[in-house]
Design a protein around this ligand. Structure first.
Ligand SMILES: O=c1ccn([C@@H]2O[C@H](COP(=O)(O)O)[C@@H](O)[C@H]2O)c(=O)[nH]1
Length: 236
């Protein structure tokens, strides 16, 4: 069965989030808690969201020296979320340290959260990557390189745009997760995203998960937009 769309809870406070979730009381969601909300509210917010019956992707994108990431992951493991992430640019040793921390920190009897690596942010264009990161290659090559590195480190998948998902699926194994933000419903503005795709196209291109924020959270009727995303994502 196709994974539920992951709803990015990019709100500035728990109150705002609770208000948003009120429209979804009948639904069990897969949500993403990012830096803004986690830094503001701390781990107790995660317990609240779990008690509402939602799955959680904790999107903190760790990127530091291996020892620091190892220790931080040991702590994050105790929050019993479903998925966490790092930046692949941190390197093989850092990604291996992240898994070690996660495994050691996971409480007895609990499942270790999935761990995925950000390749190139969906807010990065090829031109920006080449000029600012001095990578003299097509963006797709960089994404594929980071995906291969993440797989070598033993991670469960990557964050990429849907535009790169098919090639990752073809080159790496089918079960390696392709979690794709940068999703927009027709007519919605791109905002800061550079590599955007619609839910249906993401499905066709081989995303295993889509992450949707503003197309739902800023919609006039967030529940109706969520349903529309679902409909398009599940078509095929
Ligand atoms: O490459 C990446 C990695 C993470 N994100 C996160 O996904 C959501 C997308 O929000 P939208 O409002 O749908 O643009 C947001 O929380 C980002 O931090 C990403 O966009 N790209």
């Amino acid at each position: 069965m196709r994974a539920k769309p992951i709803v990015a809870l990019d709100f500035s406070s728990k109150n705002e989030m609770v208000q948003f979730l009120q429209s979804f009381e009948e639904e069990s969601l897969y949500v993403k808690v990012g830096m803004e909300l986690f830094y503001k509210e701390g781990p107790s917010l995660l317990s609240y969201v779990k008690d509402c019956g939602h799955e959680i992707f904790l999107d903190l994108k760790l990127h530091d020296i291996p020892n620091t990431v190892y220790s931080a992951m040991k702590v994050l493991a105790q929050f019993e979320v479903d998925m966490v992430n790092v930046h692949a640019a941190g390197g093989l040793e850092m990604m291996r340290a992240a898994i070690k921390g996660l495994e050691e920190g996971t409480l007895a009897g609990q499942k270790r959260p999935k761990i995925i690596a950000v390749t190139q942010l969906t807010s990065t264009s090829e031109e920006q990557m080449q000029e600012e990161q001095l990578i003299d290659k097509p963006l797709k090559d960089s994404v594929l390189h980071y995906a291969a590195l993440a797989q070598q480190a033993g991670l469960d998948g990557v964050v990429c745009s849907a535009l790169e998902a098919r090639e990752i699926r073809n080159r790496l194994n089918e079960s390696f997760l392709r979690v794709t933000p940068g999703i927009r419903l027709a007519g919605d503005v791109a905002d800061d995203q550079k590599r955007i795709v619609g839910p249906r196209e993401a499905n066709e291109l081989g995303s295993t998960h889509i992450v949707v924020g503003r197309s739902i959270t800023k919609a006039q009727n967030p529940y109706a937009s969520y349903k529309q995303v679902n409909l398009e994502w599940e078509m095929n």
